[in-house]
Design a protein around this ligand. Structure first.
Ligand code: FAD
Length: 317
C-alpha cells in the first residue's frame, strides 16, 4: 500500500522509521534482528537510505596513495525485499540523483517494481565527502524534481528511450525531502519552498522533513508550505540524541539549531548515557506535541539502532 493511502486511512498519527543498510561485510540478519522490537508499534512503512560511492585512499608498498571509489553501504534493494518478507511492512527505498545516470535509476526502479515496492523517496543526495559541491553524473539529474519527474513518467508508462510507445505503468508513491530550517544551499527559505513546490508539481505526493528539535520550526514550516499552495502531507522527522558527539555533529552535519531549553539540559550531561536520557525525554516531548497537533506520522531517524526510538515510542504510541 502507498504511504499516502496509509495516511488517508489512519485515524491517528502513524509511527515510521528509517534504517541504514549495514556496512559492507556486516550481516543483514543482525541488523533486522536489531530493529525487530520496533515492529511492536506497527509501522506501516520503513525507509531504507541509499548511500552513494565514497572515495578512500589506499596506500601502496611504494608509498603512493591511490584514490579509489567504493560504496560502503550497498544493498538497499535487497533490504527492501527482506523487509517485505520478514516483517510485511512497506519499504520506502531512497533513490538518489548523485552517483547515478538516469538509465541506472530507471533500472533500479524496475527492480524495485518487480519485488513489489510501492513507495520511494526521491532525493538529490550530497557531494561525495571529498568534494565540496554536488555535481551530477553525466546523464544524471541535477535536482530532485527531475528525478521525481522521471519516476512520475514511469508511472505513466514513459521510459527514457521510448518516445512513442507507452510501456508498463509503474505505480510508485513518491515522497520528497523538506527542510524546516532551510536546505543549507538555498539562499532563503522562500526560495527553498519554491523548489519544494517544483518537486510537488513534478509528481511528489508527500514530504518527509529533515530532523528538527524545535517543534515551532515544523509548525512554521507547515504554515509556509500551505501558504505556498502545497497541500500534500508533511511527515516530521525526529531523532533522539544519544551521544555526546552528536551534540556537536548534528547541528554541523544537518544545519540545524538546538533550542535553548534543550541545550541547557545537554550542557549538564557528562556521559553518553546522560545524553541519551535527555535525548529520549526531549523526543517524547516533541512527539506528544506533534501528535496533538495532528501530524500524519512521526518518522524516527534510528541509524538502525532501535533502543532510543523504542523507548520514545513506548511512551507515545
Ligand atoms: P533538492 O530538492 O534537489 O534541493 C537541493 C538544493 O537545490 C536546495 O537548496 C534547493 O533549494 C536547490 N534547488 C532545487 N531546485 C533548484 C533549481 N531548479 N534551481 C536552483 N536550485 C534548486 N542523502 C543520501 O545520500 N541518502 C539518503 O538516503 C538520504 N535520505 C534523506 C532523507 C530525508 C528525509 C532528508 C530530509 C534528506 C535525506 N538525504 C539523503 C540528504 C539529501 O540528499 C540532502 O539533503 C541533499 O543535499 C538535498 O536533497 P534534496 O532531495 O532535498 O534536493
Amino acid at each position: 500500500m502507498k504511504v499516502t493511502e496509509f495516511i488517508a486511512k489512519a485515524d491517528r498519527t502513524l509511527f515510521s522509521f528509517e534504517i541504514l543498510p549495514p556496512l559492507k561485510g556486516q550481516s543483514l540478519k543482525a541488523m533486522l534482528e536489531g530493529i525487530s522490537p520496533l515492529m511492536e508499534f506497527n509501522p506501516p512503512f520503513v525507509d531504507v537510505t541509499y548511500h552513494r560511492e565514497e572515495y578512500i585512499f589506499r596506500k601502496h608498498e611504494n608509498g603512493h596513495m591511490q584514490k579509489v571509489s567504493t560504496q560502503k553501504r550497498p544493498g538497499t534493494v535487497g533490504i527492501c525485499a527482506a523487509l517485505i518478507n520478514r516483517f510485511h511492512v512497506e519499504p520506502v527505498p531512497h533513490i538518489l540523483c548523485g552517483g547515478f545516470t538516469m538509465e541506472e535509476t530507471e533500472n533500479v526502479l524496475i527492480d524495485l517494481e518487480f519485488i513489489g515496492v510501492k513507495n520511494v523517496l526521491a532525493l538529490r543526495g550530497d557531494a561525495p565527502k571529498a568534494e565540496g559541491r554536488f555535481t551530477p553524473e553525466d546523464g544524471g539529474h541535477s535536482y530532485a524534481w527531475q528525478l521525481v519527474q522521471q519516476i512520475h513518467n514511469m508511472n505513466r508508462g514513459i521510459y527514457l528511450h521510448d518516445e512513442t510507445e507507452i510501456g508498463f505503468q509503474t505505480d510508485f508513491c513518491i515522497g520528497v525531502a523538506g527542510y524546516p530550517e532551510k536546505h543549507f544551499e538555498a539562499p532563503s527559505l522562500t526560495l527553498d519552498l519554491k523548489h519544494l513546490k517544483a518537486k510537488v508539481e513534478a509528481g511528489a505526493e508527500y514530504i518527509v522533513t529533515q530532523m528538527f528539535f524545535d517543534n515551532q520550526r515544523y509548525f512554521q514550516f507547515v504554515k509556509m508550505v500551505r501558504e505556498a499552495g502545497i497541500e500534500i502531507p508533511i511527515i516530521p522527522g525526529l531523532k533522539p540524541i544519544t551521544t555526546l558527539s552528536q551534540i556537536k555533529n548534528l547541528p554541523r552535519i544537518f544545519y540545524l539549531d538546538f533550542p535553548k531549553e534543550l541545550m541547557v539540559e545537554l550542557e549538564k550531561c557528562k556521559t553518553n548515557a546522560d545524553v541519551k536520557q535527555v535525548g529520549i525525554e526531549w523526543a517524547i516531548h516533541q512527539s506528544k506535541e506533534l501528535i496533538q497537533a495532528g501530524a500524519p506520522s512521526l518518522h524516527y531517524y534510528t541509524m538502525s539502532k532501535a533502543d532510543a526510538t523504542y523507548r520514545v515510542a513506548k511512551e507515545v504510541f
